[in-house]
Design a protein around this ligand. Sequence first.
Ligand code: FAD
Length: 403
Amino acid sequence: DCRQPPLGPIETTLCNYETVESVNDELFETLHQLVETPFFRYYKVDLYRDCPFWEDDDKCASRDCVIRAVDESKIPAKWRSSTLSKVEEPSLELKNSLPGCYYRDSDYCYQDDLSEGGEFIDLIENPERFTGYSGAPARSIWKAIYEENCFGQLKEAIQAETYSPLAMNPLLKLSPPEEREPEGECLEKRVYYKIISGLHASISTHLCYEHLNRETGEWGPNLECFIERVASRPERLQYIYFNTVILLRAIARLGPYLNAYDICSSNEHNDGHAQELLTKNQIRSVISIADRVGKFDESILFRGENAVLKEEFKQHFRNVSSIMDCVGCSRCRLWGKVQIGGLATAMKALFELDEKTLDYKSNPLLLQRSEVVALFNTAHRFTESLHYVDEFRRLWAIAENRE
Ligand code: FAD
């Protein structure tokens, strides 16, 4: 019975998918308007860090990979680097151990907001779409990300008393890609795989929908590309829904905190107060839809003897955020960082924060601006993928009728 949104374990029931489907048009439209507002369209990110794992001389030379930064004078003073760097400086020890990428204890990814360097990028002007980045470099990145799924190292390290989160930074081996679903494995490992595979499928859906036909020079949906990369493997589509539900659950949980968040959009380039009210109303609408849909019981994860896997899960996400510095195409790197940042914020909301910490008045710095921006933009990406899936279904029906 799908009339009631299910409140079961994270993995179960098709109802979650049907419920998402029933609200996706409304949700996508609201998120679409929201991410166009000044608060959500400018994202601070450092796209020029060296890859910490291997030599990255495989830069994408295509002009579709290139993006341009925003002139900082257009950005409200409160969001600028100088102000941001005053917020919660990481410890010297941490700075020394990971120059250029810092995190706070509860974070699931390294925060570019807190680092020196970085620029504001206009996410609307630089959409995720086909760039031509492919071949061995792109595959190595995906392989490295899937290989982060080697859970259990931490359990063994703790038993051997050699545990140190920084020492757990990835030992990446580069052998040919292999597609393996971790069936029969623990729930935590399966959840990690589904999140990554869903992200991969969502990126594929975007690049197939906004695809460049190199022969005609025209942009448009490429049905064959979508069938090959996503539709021929139905579980990949399911994982797009899976990620959407996780993001909505996190937004619902953070609802009161996000409603109180100081979005401070005013500067000389926009109409300040009116803009803020509009953005706040849109945030409220998204939260109210998320309240209806984002339902499952996340407490089932990291329970009992698997409690120890939570640190490892977090470390995997941090490692994936570092792997993004190895992506050789700026546009792909940008959207990889935004979406890993958004998913990491969702994980933090679900697994790290208790009700007491969620009060904005007593804990206004709980989420950095970049975390809030990434969370909503990532939710937008996934609902957009589902919207594109509907379009592909339509195109497929037309093609079928023609035959
Ligand atoms: P890939 O997509 O590279 O996949 C490699 C292998 O992984 C496949 O052979 C398959 O075995 C397996 N696989 C594929 N999909 C899944 C899945 N959903 N779940 C599990 N396994 C799977 N390109 C763009 O044009 N625009 C972008 O914005 C963009 N962003 C990117 C962001 C990141 C972080 C990365 C790593 C790459 C990005 N790319 C982007 C490149 C794109 O994802 C592909 O790598 C590229 O198009 C080459 O595709 P491919 O067919 O070789 O297979």
